[in-house]
Design a binder for this molecule. Structure first.
Ligand code: PGA
Length: 248
């Protein structure tokens, strides 16, 4: 891919007013070579949609049915109606705090693809798994379970996010990230084909900042970033956008 993909995961942050201001500030700074996706809280989506012209919109989660008696859930159709083109699925915070399983993640990925939303599937190992040298095994198991029964992955984005690097200020080593991303691509080639592997966009996520983004850009298996904390600081995120797009 020629463009870089930058995804801002605002998590449960920003008031309605702050969110609109932040989106407006970032929208003005999006260069041609970057595809920048803002994933604000659900409640902000329509208002932000109305004021952006260069940014894309994404959601932080989705349910797997189109409609029905599922209190508190949001369907892929509703997200499309709200202007989303992307949706984050299987973030480790949901897996940890809400008990989201690979089976649920799999249903969400399937439903998103079926309704034309691009899923950003998050996966990665926990600290104890890494310490036991299980990183690649975990990645493979998550890919197997999360993509089970999905024959066409056109539109899928994978975010490799080592759990111990999220929100901790402790980022993974760029070479290790590249190694894991290469492994993801190899598995996709095995499960699908060469073309699917080549076209797959892989993001890195975990304490990405303006200060370290360059070192990840140098890794050829990485086509972009999923940014949490640094994406709710306008100046910092704009710096990340600039640094990563000038290096393509
Ligand atoms: P962080 O979050 O950048 O704050 O580590 C990344 C993520 O949760 O996707």
């Amino acid at each position: 891919m020629n463009n870089i993909l930058l995804v801002a995961n605002w998590k449960m942050n920003t008031s309605f007013k702050e969110g609109r201001e932040l989106a407006r500030e970032i929208d003005e700074e999006v260069p041609e070579k970057a595809e920048v996706v803002i994933c604000p809280p659900f409640t902000h989506l329509p208002a932000i949609r109305a004021q952006i012209s260069r940014l894309h919109l994404g959601a932080q989660d989705v349910f797997w049915e189109a409609e029905g008696p599922y209190t508190g859930e949001i369907s892929p159709l509703m997200l499309k109606e709200a202007g989303c083109t992307y949706v984050i699925i299987g973030h480790s915070e949901r897996r940890i705090h809400l008990g989201e399983t690979d089976e649920m993640v799999n249903k969400k990925v399937k439903a998103s693809l079926a309704y034309g939303l691009k899923p950003i599937l998050c996966l990665g190992e926990r600290l104890e798994e890494r310490e036991r040298d299980k990183t690649l095994e975990i990645i493979e198991r998550q890919l197997d379970l999360d993509l089970e029964g999905i024959s066409d992955i056109d539109g899928l984005v994978i975010a490799y996010e080592p759990v111990w690097a999220i929100g901790t200020g402790r980022n993974a080593e760029p070479l290790e990230v590249n190694h894991s991303a290469r492994y993801i691509r190899q598995i996709i080639e095995k499960k699908y084909n060469k073309k699917a592997a080549k076209n797959l966009v892989i993001l890195y996520g975990g304490s990405v900042k303006a200060e370290n983004v360059r070192s990840f850009m140098e890794q050829k298996e990485i086509q972009g970033f999923l940014v949490g904390e640094a994406s709710i600081k306008g100046d910092e995120f704009i710096k990340i956008i600039k640094i990563s797009s000038e290096n393509i």
